[in-house]
Design a binder for this molecule. Structure first.
Ligand code: ADP
Length: 622
C-alpha cells in the first residue's frame, strides 16, 4: 500500500530498490563494487588522518619522544599518500563507469522495447511510458541514475557514522579529575549526545522528506516543461527537416512564446518558486540546528580536556570525529529519504519492464527444408486492431507455396499491410488461424518463424552506416553475397559509379565525416530490396516496393523480379495494378476481404472489382 501519494513504505522501498540493485548488477557486474569502495574509502580516510594526528599532538604536548614523533609523522604521510592514490584511481574508475551507465541502461530499455508484443510496442500508451522514464532521468536523474549514486553514498554515510562512533566513544568513557565529576554538563554528556542523535533522527528525515516531496512534485510538473523545452528550445531549430517550415512560418517566434509560457526554470516557473520558498527555508533550518549541535560539542570536549580527561591531540580527534559523525548521520538520514523518494521513479521503471507479453510464445523449431517447400495458409482469418471495433480483415482464406508469386492488390485501407503484419506474426488473428506447413504459427518459436520471411516494409529505414554493413546487418558480412544482392536489386551501375569506397561507402552525408554519399529515394528502395535478398529467406514480401521509383526504374524492377525472386515465394503488395501482371495469382482486397482471386487475365475477363480498378488506372498509368 502506498502511504501517501508518491511515497512508499520502507518495506516497499527496500523491496523495490533490492530488485533494481539485482537488475543493475546483472546488467553490469562490478559497477557497484567500484562505487562502494570509493565512497567507503572517502568516508573513512579523514578518520585515519584524524586519529594519527591526535596521537602525534598528544605526544608533542606530553612525552615529546623524537622517535615516536617521527614514526607518527611517517605514518600520517604514508597513509595519506596511499589513500589519496587509491581514492583517485577509484574516482577515475567510477567516472568511467558513469560514462558507460547510459549504455547498459539503454540496453535494458531497448531489449524490453524489442521483446514487447508488437501490438504494445506500437501503442503510444506503452511507448510513452519509456519516453517519460527517459525524460525524468535526463531532467533530474530521478530513477536509476540517482539510484546508482544514492546507494553507494548511503554506504559511505554509514561508514562515516561508524568511524565517528569508533573515534568518539572514549570521549564519554575517559574520567575527569574527581573535583569536576559533578559538573552538570559533564554528567549529562552522554545523555546530550544520545538526545542530539535522536533529535537528528526525528527532525532531519522530516525536513528531507518535505524537500524531496516538493522536488518530486516539481519533477512531475517539470516533465511537461522539459518536453516543451526539448522541442521548442532545441529540436525545432536544429532538425534539418524543419528548416524550411521554421523560416516560412516563423515558428521560432511561436516557439519562444510556448517556451516562455511553459518553462519551469524561469520567471514564475515551479523551480524558481521552489528554490525561493520551501527549499531555502529547509536548508536554513538544517544549517542552524547543526551549528547549535557543534557549539555543544565544543563546550563538552573542552571541559573534559580542561579537567584532565585527555590531552590536546584528543581534543582535535573528538571534535573532528563528532562533527563528522553528525554530518554522516544527517547524510544517512537525508540519503535514506532521497532513496525513498526516488523509489516512486524506480517503480515506474519496473512497471515498464514488467509489462506482460500476452502473445503465446511457442517453442517449435521451423523445419529447415533443403527443398524449401514451405506452405503458408490463412484459414478463415479475421482481425481487429486492439481497441478498434472495426475488423481490418474478415474471413480471409489464402494458401501459397514456395515458388509462387502472389500479388495483393486493393485500394488504400483495404487491409493489405494488415495481412502482412499478421503473416509476420506482429499481431495474432482475432479469429481463425495461420498455418505454416500445416502447423499453427503460434506454436513456433518466434525468431525461428521470422527467419522464414524477408520483408521490405513500406516505411523501411536504412542505417547511417557503410553500404555493406547496411545490407549484411553485421560488421562481418559476406562481401561477395553483398555484391550479388546489389546487382540483383538493379544497383550495379550505381555501385560502380557512385559508391566511391565500394561496400565501405557510408550512406548519408555528415559535415564532420564528409565521406558519406547522399542517395535518392529510389536508390534507397533498391538498397532495401538488396538487404532483404541478403537475408535469403524462402518468403520475400515486398510492400509497395516501387512507390519511390520513377517509371523507368519501376519498369526495371518488374522485369528483373523473376531474377530477384528466384525460387522464393514473393508476396507483392501494390495499389498499382500494372505491376502485378506477372504474378501467378492476384488477390484483390476490398474492405478487409479477399473479394477476387486469379490471374491477371482471369480477373480482367471476370469484369469485377479488379477490372474496374484496372480500367480506372489504365487511364493514368498505361
Ligand atoms: P492498406 O495496406 O491496404 O492501405 P491497412 O492494412 O494499412 O490497409 O489498413 C486496413 C484498415 O486497418 C484501415 O481501415 C486502417 O485504418 C486500419 N488500421 C491500420 N493500422 C491500424 C492500427 N495500428 N490501429 C487501428 N487500425 C488500423
Amino acid at each position: 500500500m502506498r502511504k501517501k501519494k508518491d511515497q512508499f513504505s520502507w518495506k516497499q522501498t527496500w523491496q523495490i530498490n533490492k530488485r533494481v540493485f539485482k537488475m543493475c548488477t546483472k546488467a553490469k557486474p562490478g559497477f557497484f563494487a567500484v562505487r562502494f569502495a570509493t565512497q567507503i574509502l572517502w568516508a573513512i580516510s579523514p578518520y585515519v588522518t584524524l586519529y594519527c594526528s591526535a596521537r602525534f599532538l598528544n605526544e608533542l604536548t606530553a612525552a615529546r619522544r623524537p622517535e615516536v614523533l617521527a614514526w607518527w609523522v611517517l605514518l600520517i604521510l604514508g597513509l595519506t599518500a596511499a589513500l589519496g592514490v587509491i581514492g583517485s584511481l577509484l574516482r577515475r574508475l567510477e567516472e568511467a563507469g558513469d560514462g558507460m551507465r547510459s549504455f547498459w541502461l539503454n540496453w535494458i530499455y531497448g531489449q524490453k522495447a524489442l521483446d514487447m508484443d508488437f501490438s504494445k510496442a506500437d501503442d503510444t500508451r506503452y511507448s510513452d511510458r519509456l519516453v517519460q522514464i527517459l525524460q525524468t532521468s535526463n531532467f533530474s536523474g530521478h530513477g536509476i541514475p540517482n539510484f546508482t549514486s544514492l546507494l553507494p553514498r548511503l554506504a559511505g554515510a554509514f561508514f562515516k557514522v561508524a568511524g565517528g562512533v569508533a573515534l568518539s566513544v572514549s570521549l564519554f568513557v575517559l574520567p575527569v579529575k574527581p573535583q569536576a565529576q559533578n559538573l552538570p554538563l559533564l554528567k549529562a554528556g552522554l545523555v546530550l549526545a544520545v538526545g542530539g542523535i535522536l533529535a537528528v533522527l526525528v527532525i532531519s528525515p522530516l525536513l528531507a522528506d518535505k524537500s524531496i516531496r516538493a522536488w518530486n512534485a516539481a519533477a512531475e510538473a517539470g516533465r511537461s516543461g522539459n518536453r516543451f523545452f526539448n522541442f521548442y528550445g532545441n529540436l525545432l531549430y536544429t532538425e534539418e527537416k524543419r528548416a524550411l517550415d521554421v523560416r516560412m512560418y516563423r515558428q521560432d517566434l511561436y516557439g519562444q512564446e510556448v517556451d516562455a509560457a511553459n518553462n519551469s526554470w524561469t520567471g514564475d516557473g515551479v523551480f524558481v518558486k521552489l528554490n525561493r520558498g520551501i527549499l531555502g527555508i529547509i536548508n536554513g533550518i538544517t544549517e542552524m540546528l547543526s551549528q547549535m549541535m557543534m557549539g555543544l560539542v565544543y563546550l563538552y570536549v573542552c571541559l573534559k580536556a580542561w579537567y584532565g580527561a585527555f590531552g590536546v591531540g584528543s581534543v582535535t580527534q573528538y571534535v573532528g570525529a563528532l562533527s563528522s559523525l553528525a554530518g554522516g548521520f544527517s547524510e544517512l538520514m537525508s540519503i535514506g529519504a532521497e532513496i525513498r523518494g526516488n523509489t516512486a521513479f524506480l517503480k515506474q521503471v519496473l512497471d515498464y519492464l514488467d509489462i506482460p507479453n500476452e502473445m503465446y510464445q511457442g517453442s517449435l523449431t521451423v523445419e529447415k527444408r533443403s527443398d524449401r517447400q514451405y506452405e503458408v495458409e490463412f484459414r478463415d482469418v479475421s482481425f481487429r486492431y486492439p481497441g478498434s471495433q472495426e475488423y481490418a480483415l474478415s474471413h480471409v482464406n489464402m494458401k501459397f507455396k514456395v515458388g509462387e508469386k502472389l500479388a495483393v492488390v486493393g485500394q488504400n485501407g483495404s487491409g493489405k499491410t494488415t495481412f502482412i503484419k499478421l503473416l509476420c506474426r506482429l499481431y495474432d488473428p482475432t479469429k481463425g488461424e495461420i498455418l505454416l506447413n500445416g502447423i499453427d504459427i503460434r506454436k513456433y518459436d518466434y525468431q525461428e518463424y521470422m527467419s522464414v520471411f524477408s520483408v521490405v516494409f513500406q516505411d523501411f529505414q536504412l542505417l547511417d552506416a557503410p553500404l555493406g554493413e547496411n545490407i549484411g546487418a553485421s560488421l562481418h558480412y559476406d562481401k561477395a553475397r553483398g555484391l550479388e544482392c546489389l546487382e540483383k536489386a538493379g544497383l550495379e551501375e550505381w555501385f560502380r559509379t557512385k559508391a566511391v569506397k565500394g561496400l565501405e561507402t557510408r550512406l548519408y552525408q555528415h559535415e564532420d565525416a564528409n565521406e558519406g554519399i547522399q542517395i535518392s529515394g529510389g536508390e534507397e528502395q533498391k538498397l532495401a530490396i538488396a538487404r532483404s535478398l541478403y537475408r535469403d529467406a524462402p518468403f520475400l514480401v515486398l510492400d509497395e516496393p516501387t512507390a519511390a521509383l520513377d517509371p523507368m526504374s519501376e519498369y526495371e524492377v518488374y522485369t528483373r523480379l523473376n531474377d530477384i525472386v528466384e525460387d522464393k515465394t514473393a508476396i507483392y503488395i501494390s495499389h498499382r495494378l500494372s505491376s502485378c501482371r506477372f504474378c501467378d495469382e492476384i488477390a484483390v482486397f476490398h474492405q478487409g476481404q479477399v473479394i477476387e482471386k486469379g490471374s491477371h487475365e482471369e480477373l480482367l475477363a471476370r469484369g469485377g472489382k479488379y477490372s474496374e480498378l484496372w480500367n480506372a488506372q489504365a487511364q493514368y498509368y498505361v
